[in-house]
Design a protein around this ligand. Structure first.
Ligand code: ADP
Ligand code: MG
Length: 714
């Protein structure tokens, strides 16, 4: 009998010291790179490849074109330029001629490229005083490795581990795996249908491909593996949770219908569809765990209220948690207005009915009001409560919490939303989390893969689109912008001015907001009624200023990004964002969403520092995207393209190193396929009993802090 192929746990059972030449010092060095076992080593993928079939001799490199040359360093010089940048000049020679490589602001190149070093240089060839040269080329040290495609590994200079050392060990490990082979836990039918390579082949070819095409094919297979593991873990966790928790079976009825009928408008098709999706979840005994993605102004509040009322309809309570006091208060006011006139059954009163009661709970409330809300929640007199984190603090009890909505969910941790879900006593309340920061589908499936997703992708009719303009600071266009604000104010409208974002320090940001406020009131906005709001104000002060603005006692509100989320003043028609080049797409889109909420046409000005506005600048591309569209989903795709997915994971405070090869951007299609495959496998085999290889593997990855675990933990 042949010995069984090597599973992932087998490879993980072998310490790197089984490899030739790995003694204590190298073991430690590898450990610093996160490589302890043969499995780790095989997953230490090349960062890129040097395709030596494209190598040119120095003599043949064409000026004006890109080229790859391999040469030996024959001279290194380091000096400071007039504007105090370091400049390292490296002279390189091959048997056909010499070329100069110039590096600016990379002083370490002098150490890396010592005389005698052989390296690969890739870049555009130009000419300086008759000599060929490259400026800041890509450099790879490949040692004496031969072969047509040379893998370049992330290496560690500190640990003295070079790319070629790693390549040699990987080669040895793969060679020694050949006898038994490496197991492939993915069903052959899936591989055949998706035209994916076998895993052993893929591992061999990601490390030592014969051609770039083979390397790409190998990559695709390994990308699929990463994504499939993530999806299996997320879906398995979701189904497990569903199987274990007991929820309410709600029956959205008269109350919800009465609410919808009483709205002064008819629902958009997207709202109807979403409310129906939610209603179907609510009727099931399994607790809902749903994400509602909807652009700013898409009308999420109506959907949230319909959800909460479904619980109230059956005699339970509903809670909405917002990230800030300003938002909670605004939601409370808005929801109370929306529900005015609705009644609920109550056997403790003579009439058997009483008005539906909407409470507010924040930590800055006066003690008496707070106590009365807490009593109402415990006794059942408060049907619906809106609040901040105060909702999940000690001492809050519900008589029967049936449904929970979390607004702007990215502001909360996963634990916080889970905490709210434990407050229903014996049964788990249904949960809807809402976000106005749409993320692309592929990303939602990975970052929020343990939730179901509904999308509000339609704005209510009658909105006048916001006109967006990018303006260079200090230009005539900027002057025209301030003039436009004065005109709009003269017509009774209001404006926001958002101050430069200073990430390093809250304190600096406040100082800069103050300075902006003073400069504007003494200059461009002299004579107007201008307010200032920032994160260091006490909640009371913030609220006071917001109230003044809402009541039109202020014309212009100068603010830091504290106004980013949810603030709703329909009479405000101008949004100015200063130093807009420092903001990300999602944040700019959020800020812009503060205007365009009323009947008047609105404008958004993105004021950028002139030097950031140049062609090819990432900031310029971001601003351009905002000028081009107001569709948040479209912007989310652009954002993913421009930035990559790292930031998506930040939202859930988890590591980004979990997906080593897969990119949610580049591999979108594979995310969807992996999701489908995971679902179909789990449909047929929920416990993965018939897929022991997969089960062992995802358990292994989970217990080793691998890819999806970080996602799940949030
Ligand atoms: P968001 O999704 O940003 O939370 P809101 O729920 O605050 O959006 O809704 C924005 C505005 O649109 C509110 O004034 C709300 O009353 C209004 N609105 C919501 N749905 C509709 C609709 N179907 N038709 C017209 N107006 C609507
Ligand atoms: Mg909202």
């Amino acid at each position: 009998m042949n010995p069984a192929p090597l599973g992932w746990e087998d490879l993980d059972g072998l310490a790197v010291t089984v490899l030739r030449g790995v003694g204590e010092a190298r073991r430690k060095g590898l450990g610093e790179l996160g490589i302890d076992t043969v499995a780790d080593l095989l997953m230490h993928y090349p960062r890129r490849y040097v395709d030596r079939t494209r190598e040119a001799r120095v003599a043949d490199a064409v000026v004006g074109e890109e080229a790859m040359v391999v040469g030996r360093v024959v001279g290194v010089e380091s000096r400071r330029t007039r504007n105090r940048r370091t400049m390292v000049t490296v002279r390189v020679s091959d048997d056909s001629g010499r070329m100069t490589m110039t590096f600016f602001n990379q002083p370490w190149r002098a150490k890396q490229l010592r005389e005698g070093t052989v390296a690969v240089f890739f870049g555009k060839v130009d000419e300086y005083r008759g000599f060929k040269q490259m400026t800041s080329p890509l450099v790879d040290l490949v040692g004496d490795r031969t072969g047509r495609i040379v893998p370049v590994y992330p290496q560690s200079g500190k640990a003295g581990l070079m790319s070629w050392d790693i390549a040699a060990w990987v080669e040895e490990a793969l060679r020694r795996c050949e006898a038994r082979g490496i197991a492939d836990p993915v069903p052959a039918a899936v591989l055949a249908e998706l035209e994916l390579a076998d895993r052993h082949w893929a591992l061999a070819n990601i490390h030592g491909p014969d051609s770039m095409a083979a390397a790409m094919k190998a990559r695709t297979r390994l990308v699929f593996d990463e994504l499939l593991r993530v999806q299996l873990l997320l879906l398995r966790a979701k189904r497990k949770r569903e199987a274990e928790s007991r929820g309410h079976q709600h029956h959205p009825g008269k109350l919800v219908a009465g609410f919808v009928d009483g709205l002064g408008f008819s629902l958009t098709a997207a709202q109807e569809r979403t409310i129906a999706e939610i209603a179907a979840d609510l009727r099931r005994p399994i607790p809902m765990n749903r994400l509602l993605q909807g652009d700013v102004g898409a009308g999420k509040t109506v959907v949230a209220v319909a959800t909460l009322l479904a619980a109230v309809d059956g005699g339970h309570q509903g809670a909405l948690m917002a990230p800030t006091e300003v938002l909670a208060e605004q939601h409370h006011r808005g929801i109370r207005d929306l529900l005015a006139g609705l009644e609920v059954a109550d056997e403790t009163v003579l009439e058997g009915r009483r008005p539906l009661n909407v409470g507010l709970l924040t930590s800055s409330m006066p003690a008496a009001g707070r106590r009365s809300v807490l009593e109402g929640l415990a006794a059942g007199g408060v049907d619906l409560v809106v609040g901040t984190h105060a909702l999940i603090q000690e001492g809050v009890r519900f008589r029967s919490l049936g449904a929970v909505v979390v607004d702007e969910q990215h502001r909360f941790g996963v634990e916080q939303r889970a905490q709210l879900q434990t407050m229903g006593g014996g049964r788990t309340p249904d949960l809807l989390v809402m976000t106005a920061t749409p993320i692309p589908r592929s990303a939602a499936m990975t970052v929020y893969g343990d939730l179901d997703v509904s999308v509000l992708d339609e704005l209510p009719p009658g909105r006048t689109p916001i006109r967006t303009e990018a303006v260079a600071a200090g230009s005539l266009a900027e002057e025209a912008m301030w003039a436009h604000i004065r005109e709009q104010v003269a017509e009774g409208r209001q404006a926001y001015v958002v101050c430069p974002l200073i990430e390093e320090s809250d304190k600096l940001e406040v100082a800069s907001a103050q300075a902006t406020f003073e400069a504007l009131t003494g200059g461009e906005l002299q004579g107007l009624r201008v307010g200032l709001i920032h994160g260091r104000l006490k909640p009371r002060e913030k609220e006071l200023t917001m109230d003044l603005f809402r009541d039109r006692a202020l014309d212009v509100l100068v603010a830091t990004t504290v106004i980013e989320v949810g603030v709703d003043v329909p009479n405000a028609t101008i949004m100015v964002i200063l130093s807009a080049n420092h903001f990300g797409i999602a944040q700019l889109h959020q800020l812009r969403g503060r205007v365009g909420r009323g009947e008047h046409e609105s404008h958004c000005y993105l004021v950028a520092d002139p030097e950031a506005a140049g062609e090819g600048e990432p900031a310029a591309a971001r601003l351009e995207a905002l000028v081009a569209t107001t569709d948040g989903f479209e912007l989310a795709e652009v954002d993913l393209d421009l930035r990559g997915e790292g930031t998506l994971f930040d939202e859930r405070q988890s590591g980004r190193n979990d997906l080593r090869l897969a990119s949610l951007r580049r591999d979108r299609q594979w995310v969807l396929r992996a999701r489908e495959v995971a679902a179909s496998i789990l449909d047929a085999d929920p416990g993965l009993a018939d897929h022991p290889g997969l089960a062992a593997e995802i358990d292994w990855f989970e217990s080793h802090g691998g890819e999806a675990e970080a996602l799940l933990k949030g």
